[in-house]
Design a protein around this ligand. Structure first.
Ligand code: AMP
Length: 216
């Protein structure tokens, strides 16, 4: 049995067509089913639904053989025990710095001000500002980062941006692009050895499906 860890939402939705191209159909819809283990039409493959930030943990410790996770999550978690055979080029977005439209980020940085930065991505933010030589106080949040500059909790946020609509709706502007993000296939190191033929088959099918898609 091969267990694939996915998170609900964008990653699940965008992995589904890749699975289909690999000849695997998930038999239940996570939006209507309360099940956390979803069967597929391949009796040797099942999908487990976990929180996005838990996907690397499940795969690292063997709760799942493979998983799909954003590069952002992977960097924050660390890639110990994980093999990363493929960039699936799905769920694409970027990690950016954003501030209130009326906040002069450029002069704050130029003047060497100490910035308060709210983010879920503490590791990525710490490394980015350290490389720029900007002093920051990082405030860890778990969601609704956009609210932080609007309430005075922080001067800036580091968050995922896709269309930019969420920032715009909250009168925030993107001032730095830190990195491009896409989802990666991650595989448990031991499972790759022990279940070599079936995992290889899946990786190869994902690779073919990914390569066949137009570069967005
Ligand atoms: P947007 O309004 O399209 O720029 O999307 C921004 C919002 O969607 C933010 O709240 C992000 O945290 C979230 N978001 C954007 N892209 C992704 C992604 N690939 N995975 C998870 N969340 C995302």
């Amino acid at each position: 049995m091969i267990t694939l860890a996915l998170s609900k939402g964008r990653i699940f939705d965008e992995t589904l067509p890749l699975l289909q191209e690999a000849g695997i159909r998930v038999l239940e819809d996570p939006e209507t089913s309360r099940k956390l283990i979803l069967p597929t039409d391949d009796p040797q493959v099942r999908v487990v639904l976990v929180r996005a930030s838990d996907v690397p943990t499940y795969v690292q410790y063997g709760g799942a053989d493979l998983g799909v996770t954003g590069l952002d999550t992977l960097i924050e978690h660390g890639s110990q025990g994980l093999v990363q055979p493929l960039d699936l080029r799905i769920a694409r977005c970027r990690v950016s710095v954003a501030v209130r439209a009326d906040y002069d980020y450029a002069s704050a940085v130029r003047q060497g001000a100490r910035l308060r930065v709210a983010t879920k991505y503490v590791g990525i933010a710490r490394e980015f500002f350290a490389a720029k030589g900007v002093h920051v106080d990082l405030i860890k949040l778990y969601g609704s980062m956009e609210l932080a500059p609007l309430t005075g909790l922080a001067d800036a946020i580091v968050d995922l941006v896709s269309t930019g609509n969420t920032l715009k709706a909250n009168q925030l502007v993107e001032v730095e692009r830190i990195m491009d993000i896409s989802s990666r296939l991650v595989v448990n190191q031991a499972a790759l050895k022990l279940k070599q033929p079936s995992i290889r088959r899946l990786i190869d099918a994902f690779a073919r499906a990914t390569a066949a898609r137009p570069q967005a």
